[in-house]
Design a protein around this ligand. Structure first.
Ligand code: DC
Length: 225
């Protein structure tokens, strides 16, 4: 039987780091929905579109095919954009793109199709509330803005993505605001989600906590993982 885990939360809360590790431990498919909105944003920027112009960006939906490969490679129309989608220009515009309902509907359809085929751990903003409302486990992962900005800054440095800490902090705050104030499927904790404040937790501690929650839920529901 398929099992779905939703991990939602604000920008740079470490959702993807945790989701990747948990997926490996439990042999689930990891789906990074943020990468899909980022790839769409990359395409719009490459085309020279204004990401704050709804009509201009929605028009290109039929031109964009996004694929997530098992090794975390992200393809946009066959082009490997794994690294480019983490650049500052994409992070700074992705919340506008993610606020357009038509784009969300197109990407959510793909996300649901992936979850129907495999046991998944999916991270994003609206997974527990909108994409997979019947997910067996819903985690809402949070951390202070300070902690999140420092984590993302270090990650970018390791990946060779140029940025400053101040820039990251402003980006995180701006995205949280836009993501939680949009009309359609905004960032918010599902009523039946479990909040996990990771500000003072190590990666291993968070992974252990999430794996225990999943195993306990599976046992209660009589599901073999
Ligand atoms: O998780 P991330 O930082 O890579 O996500 C990039 C942006 O995409 C984020 O600012 C909001 C948007 N997003 C969304 O609206 N819904 C999702 N399910 C995932 C991401």
């Amino acid at each position: 039987m398929k099992f779905a885990v939703a991990i939602d939360g604000p920008a740079a809360a470490g959702k993807s780091t945790i989701a990747k590790k948990v997926a490996e431990i439990l042999n689930f498919t990891y789906i990074d929905t943020g990468a899909m909105y980022r790839a769409f944003t990359w395409y719009c920027l490459e085309k020279g579109l204004d990401c704050q112009n709804h009509d201009e960006c929605v028009k290109v939906i039929p031109e964009v095919t996004i694929k997530l490969r098992p090794n975390h490679v992200v393809l946009c129309n066959g082009i490997d954009v794994t690294k480019q989608i983490r650049e500052t220009r994409v992070s700074g515009n992705v919340s506008y793109i993610a606020s357009y309902k038509e784009i969300r509907l197109a990407l959510v359809e793909q996300q649901r199709a992936m979850a129907s085929k495999h046991s998944v751990i999916m991270d994003g903003r609206d997974i527990g509330t909108y994409v997979l409302p019947n997910a067996e486990v819903k985690i809402f992962q949070i951390a202070s803005v300070e902690t999140r900005a420092i984590r993302r800054y270090k990650e970018n440095m390791e990946k060779g993505i140029p940025c400053t800490l101040e820039e990251i902090k402003e980006d995180v705050k701006k995205r949280d605001y836009i993501d939680s104030h949009r009309d359609f499927a905004p960032l918010k904790a599902a009523e039946d989600s479990i909040e996990l404040d990771t500000s003072n937790m190590s990666i291993d501690e968070v992974v252990d906590a999430v794996v225990s929650i999943i195993k306990k839920t599976a046992k209660e529901k009589g599901i073999d993982l």
